[in-house]
Design a protein around this ligand. Structure first.
Ligand code: SF4
Length: 384
């Protein structure tokens, strides 16, 4: 690895942020790898070899693991994911359940079904439930608040995370007042021009950012995130994502490889890679040592060992599926999604074994972000 890259990793480890140009350089080091490995490489070519990029990735992973170990030890938090509806009014170009996919068989879970998923999850040791769905008007504030309230009454020691897309500030406030603890809303990309290439004109980058700010101000533990390898993504747009993360200082950050879905405009686009996703997981851990960082199902979809690799790169969360098996296949955001045929208990035990195999332990814990108040203060001081 060259001296400049080693120095950037050192700086990231000690100061927890880089400039936009430095992030771009660090990402470029990994992204340039395939081109530089071609046979026509010349002696003047200063781009990194595959071996050098692997060295940088290994160093980042080593430092990220040490940091994660200091904050969270070898504990891995589990979240019980309940996919409550695959009906969505939006038409994001990358998404398998987008409105225009007429091949998608639509469903909604009833309140009773959702509560049963939580009860089953509780028995299996889950202490966080994530209600995720498309932007489905059926799930009104009134209905979501009733659900959240009931889950909290049934399981007072559990956290409820919502992932229901863009809503008004009033709506977020009502759901928070009803007891919701956390909200996941991937920002998708921090570059407005890139955002507009991934979404139809009816969708607004500014509104998405407004949502994230509102959620933070209301008091949720907030998660943002993006796909790795999405169409039109560059080292520059990824650098903007990292800069956004170091400034917004999210409590959670969901990143996974882009995987094309056959019934979308991006069907023929190449998928993202495990290597770049893990490289970015390590960088994000170094930016924000306390962040809750999932090793995603998408990572497990493109590589059978993907979720283990994500944990070894610095992640500390996995999200087994608690949705009823009858609907699992219908919530297909991308092609060949794994774990669509397994019972919740099987998913839970499979992940537990996978984590044990690499020396990590799934724990029964709400899994809140460590130093929640302190970390907000650090972010405030640094970015003031
Ligand atoms: S990505 Fe989310 S908002 Fe966009 S179409 Fe899919 S479910 Fe709807």
């Amino acid at each position: 690895m060259d001296e400049r890259t080693a120095a950037l990793i050192e700086k990231l480890e000690t100061r927890h942020f880089l400039t936009l140009a430095e992030y771009e350089s660090l990402i470029g080091y990994m992204i340039e790898k395939p081109a530089s490995d071609r046979a026509k490489r010349t002696s003047e070519d200063e781009s990194p070899t595959g071996h050098q990029a692997d060295e940088a990735a290994a160093l980042l992973a080593e430092k990220a693991s040490a940091v994660r170990q200091r904050v969270y030890g070898r504990d891995v938090y589990i979240r019980g994911l309940i996919e409550i509806s695959n009906i969505c009014k939006n038409d994001c170009y990358y998404c398998g359940i987008r409105r225009s996919n007429h091949f998608c068989e639509r469903y909604r879970l009833s309140e009773q079904e959702i509560l049963e998923c939580c009860a089953q999850g509780y028995e299996l040791g889950f202490r966080t439930f994530v209600l995720q769905g498309g932007e489905d008007a059926h799930f009104s504030d009134e209905l979501v608040c009733r659900l959240v309230g009931q889950i909290k009454r049934n399981h007072p020691d559990c956290a409820v995370t919502l992932s229901l897309g863009e809503r008004s500030r009033e709506s977020y406030q009502r759901m928070f007042d009803a007891g919701a603890d956390r909200y996941l809303l991937r920002h998708e990309t921090a570059d407005k021009a890139h955002y507009e290439k991934l979404h139809p004109p009816q969708m607004s980058f500014d509104n998405r950012m407004r949502c994230l700010r509102d959620l933070r101000e209301i008091g949720y533990q907030v998660g943002c995130g993006f796909m790795v390898g999405s169409p039109y993504q560059t080292a520059r747009t990824l650098a903007e994502d990292l800069k956004f993360i170091d400034e917004f200082h999210p409590d959670m950050c969901g990143i996974g490889p882009f995987i094309p879905h056959q019934a979308t405009p991006f069907a023929k686009e190449p998928a993202g890679t495990v290597e770049l996703t893990c490289y970015l997981l390590s960088i994000i851990r170094l930016i924000h040592p306390n962040v809750l960082l999932p090793s995603t199902t998408a990572l497990g979809t493109i590589d059978p060992q993907g979720r283990e690799k994500g944990i070894l790169a610095g992640a500390n969360v996995v999200m087994p599926n608690l949705s009823p098996i009858s609907v699992r296949k219908k919530y297909e955001l991308y092609d060949n999604k794994i774990c669509t045929g397994d019972e919740s208990a099987q998913c839970r035990h499979c992940l537990e074994q996978r984590m044990e195999s690499i020396g990590y332990h799934v724990v029964t814990d709400r899994g809140d972000v460590r130093g929640w108040e302190d970390s907000k203060q650090v972010g405030y001081e640094r970015n003031a």
